[in-house]
Design a protein around this ligand. Structure first.
Ligand SMILES: C[S@@+](CC[C@H](N)C(=O)[O-])C[C@H]1O[C@@H](n2cnc3c(N)ncnc32)[C@H](O)[C@@H]1O
Length: 200
């Protein structure tokens, strides 16, 4: 299936229904990770669903986007139809959000550095990808290797940025599915940006 085909995405009404639906697919025996944490707004919301005894790893530099996030929508009008969010957006001055629960663990640094050094070799049950840049999402998907397996649920926050966008997380997922010959099913969506899949 081409991830660019939106037709296959089941859509939910509102965030509450979206997340509750996703959680039905998540194996409660497996740990979680989020890539793109910033102030921790989504991490706090997701923490509310964290199964008993599971760990939740939060990856970010906490210094904002490492480069300009440029995405272009088709059709290209008058030669240009691009949107740009500058490098450094979402900067939290290096400060990670605080969680009292020791099951929540912050992994600070660029994914390019922290993922290869991460001493965790089990399958992840749930992954939230909210790093905007296609290049960062690519680092996550390819870098996690065997931690993504059959049954892993991945929720993307900026899958598309409207129909036919280039430069978003979908670019990374398309390459990942093609190169690794990964099979997946869409399990939910809101609009065009929040899209979740389960690995088959
Ligand atoms: C949209 S924000 C995350 C928002 C957050 N999930 C929330 O709901 O509040 C994107 C985050 O991705 C992080 N990020 C993007 N690329 C990264 C990379 N290659 N390594 C580490 N962090 C990265 C940025 O630092 C930024 O905090």
């Amino acid at each position: 299936m081409d991830p660019l085909v939106e037709e296959g995405i089941p859509k939910q009404d509102g965030a509450k229904n979206y997340w509750s639906n996703i959680m039905r697919f998540v194996d409660p025996a497996l740990d979680w990770a989020e890539f793109g944490v910033a102030t921790g707004a989504s991490a706090r919301m997701l923490y509310g669903f964290l199964p008993k005894g599971r760990e939740f790893f939060l990856f970010d530099t906490f210094t904002g986007l490492p480069k300009d996030w440029v995405r272009a929508k088709e059709p290209i009008v008058d030669g240009v139809n691009a949107v740009m969010t500058p490098r450094g957006t979402f900067d939290c001055e290096g400060k990670a959000p605080a969680f009292a629960d020791p099951r929540v663990k912050v992994v600070k640094g660029l994914f390019e550095d922290t993922i290869p050094e991460w001493e965790y070799d089990k399958q992840l049950g749930f992954i939230h990808v909210d790093c905007d840049l296609a290049s960062s999402a690519r680092t996550v998907l390819f870098g996690l290797g065997e931690r993504i397996r059959k049954g892993t649920v991945i929720a993307f926050d900026e899958f598309f940025d409207g129909p036919n966008t280039h430069g978003c997380e979908v670019d990374a997922f398309r390459d990942y599915v093609k190169e690794k010959k990964v099979k997946f099913g869409y399990i939910g969506g809101i609009g065009t940006n929040m899209v979740s899949v389960v690995i088959l």
